[in-house]
Write a protein that binds this ligand. Structure first.
Ligand SMILES: Nc1ncnc2c1ncn2[C@@H]1O[C@H](COP(=O)(O)OP(=O)(O)OP(=O)(O)O)[C@@H](O)[C@H]1O
Ligand SMILES: [Mg+2]
Length: 272
């Protein structure tokens, strides 16, 4: 039986797709058979970030509507053996995504995979609710700003009331906070919320902190999940996050501003 993890946020553009791709890649690199599903019908970004957009023939909705089998629609990742992508449709009507259809697809994938990562669309409407409905765990992606934290709080409300685990009165979804685009300098200068404030408001377990990083843009332009860039701070932070998801105790990094060294203070280096 697979573990189903939804990557969700409420607010748009906070880093869900980046995180879904990076976490799925990290889980697969650790030897877990993993599939990452794009629930963002109409936008379809995950295949770009994973670098497989030219290989998309069939999608999630084709499978739900019986026009293609799962094995026809799933794309095998070119870099990691046990990683698969199930893309979203770019053109179809969002109503084609049904609860029964999603349940059927997740049921079949569950027999074959260790982890199913669901990349949620933005918002709190039907698409986002379907992406979280069958989840066992949720990664709530939050930026250090008030509007993002507020929307994450709304998502926590939905996770505990509108999901199958809630409806069936089962053990609640395990909720994890993933803070992304964290910039310690801007936190120190008061432009952004700090880690403690966010944790206090949302009051869920912190699974990771991803710094604001140019490596993310570089990775998405190249279609290579940032997890592969182990020289980068963001790549390392996603690896830490995956380790924690697997139950390991890993200290937090990248949450403090780098102190300037003696030489750069003396000579004001780095600006030329
Ligand atoms: N840690 C980071 N550092 C810098 N830029 C980042 C970081 N994480 C995400 N981004 C950038 O933020 C933008 C939005 O990221 P992404 O598409 O992953 O968000 P999303 O939550 O999936 O958006 P949507 O709600 O539209 O689906 C992208 O341009 C991405 O490159
Ligand atoms: Mg997205």
């Amino acid at each position: 039986m697979a573990k189903i993890i939804v990557v969700t946020s409420g607010k748009g553009g906070v880093g869900k797709t980046t995180s879904a791709a990076a976490i799925a890649t990290g889980l697969a690199l650790r030897g877990n058979k993993t599939v990452v599903i794009d629930f963002d019908v109409g936008l379809r970004n995950l295949d770009l970030i994973m670098g497989c957009e030219r290989r998309v023939v069939y999608d999630l909705i084709n499978v739900i509507q019986g026009e293609a089998g799962l094995n026809q629609a799933m794309i095998r990742d070119k870099r990691v053996d046990n990683l698969h992508i199930l893309p979203a449709s770019q053109t179809r009507d969002k109503d084609a995504l049904t609860e029964e259809g999603v349940e059927r697809v997740l049921g079949s994938l569950s027999e074959e995979f260790d982890y199913i990562i669901c990349d949620s669309p933005a918002g709190i409407e039907r698409g986002a609710q379907l992406a979280m409905h069958f989840a066992d765990e949720a990664v709530v992606v939050t930026n250090p700003e008030v509007s993002s934290v507020r929307d994450s709080d709304r998502i926590l409300g939905l996770l505990s009331s509108k999901t199958r685990r809630a409806e069936k009165n089962q053990e609640p979804i395990k909720e994890h906070l993933l803070i992304t685009r964290y910039d310690p300098m801007r936190v120190d200068s008061g432009d952004m919320l700090n880690l403690q404030d966010i944790q206090e408001i949302l009051a869920i377990n912190l699974i990771g902190l991803i710094p604001e990083s140019e490596a993310v843009l570089r990775a998405s332009n190249q279609g290579v999940p940032v997890t592969h860039d182990q020289q980068s701070d963001a790549g390392q932070a996603y690896v830490d996050t995956v380790s924690r998801l697997l139950g390991e105790d890993v200290p937090l990094r990248f949450h403090e501003a780098q102190k300037k060294g003696f030489l750069s203070r003396m000579f004001g280096g780095g600006r030329r």
